[in-house]
Design a protein around this ligand. Structure first.
Ligand code: GDP
Length: 175
């Protein structure tokens, strides 16, 4: 079989304070750490999934990523993207929609799989974006969709990253 190592460059986007760093750190270390610095860099983790070695290279973009600051370099680097909003922050949901539009101008849906993530699910009492809205946006843009809590659980976060790598592998196979 094909047991070559797979490299997947994953770019995290979204507004400030939605939990991009929390998701990255949760995935890399299985832990939740409350506060992070503002260092922007690429982190790597090698996983074995179904006997295949996968190298996740994760670019946790800092920050706020107003439209203009979503750089060509980021857009071209990514094999897959995770667009994060907070379910308690409607403005962050708008940012995801704006970033999607910008991405679509540069990359075809078939060339860069995207998963939309509604984070902070543990704060659902303060929810301002319904699950339905998130799911509909994802469907209309042919993206994956998850609601997770980086603070509470590792499992959901793992599903996001592993799910994205599956999509990246599929999109490569189609090329
Ligand atoms: P970033 O600016 O998008 O990288 O956001 P951070 O990862 O720095 O998180 C912003 C704030 O939200 C921090 O205070 C985190 O502790 C908090 N946070 C992140 N994820 C969650 C979550 O799932 N639930 C809750 N309650 N807080 C979270």
């Amino acid at each position: 079989g094909n047991q070559q190592r797979v490299d997947a460059n994953i770019l995290l986007l979204g507004a400030h304070n939605v939990g991009k760093s929390a998701l990255t750190v949760r995935f890399l270390t299985r832990r939740f750490i409350g506060e992070y610095g503002d260092i922007e860099s690429v982190y790597s983790r090698v996983d074995r999934i179904d006997g295949q070695e996968i190298c996740f290279n994760i670019w946790d973009s800092q920050d706020g990523q107003t439209l203009s600051s979503l750089s060509d370099k980021q857009l071209q680097w990514a094999d897959g993207m995770i667009l994060v909003y907070s379910i308690c922050d409607r403005g962050s949901f708008d940012v995801v929609q704006q970033q999607l539009q910008q991405i679509r101008r540069h990359r075809k849906p078939s060339s860069v799989p995207i998963i939309i993530v509604g984070n902070k699910r543990d704060l659902r009492r303060h929810r301002s974006v319904s699950s339905e809205e998130g799911r509909l946006l994802a469907m209309s843009q042919r993206c994956g969709f998850f609601e997770v809590s980086a603070a509470e659980t590792y499992h959901g976060v793992l599903l996001v990253f592993h799910g994205l790598v599956e999509l990246v592998k599929e999109s490569r196979a189609l090329r």
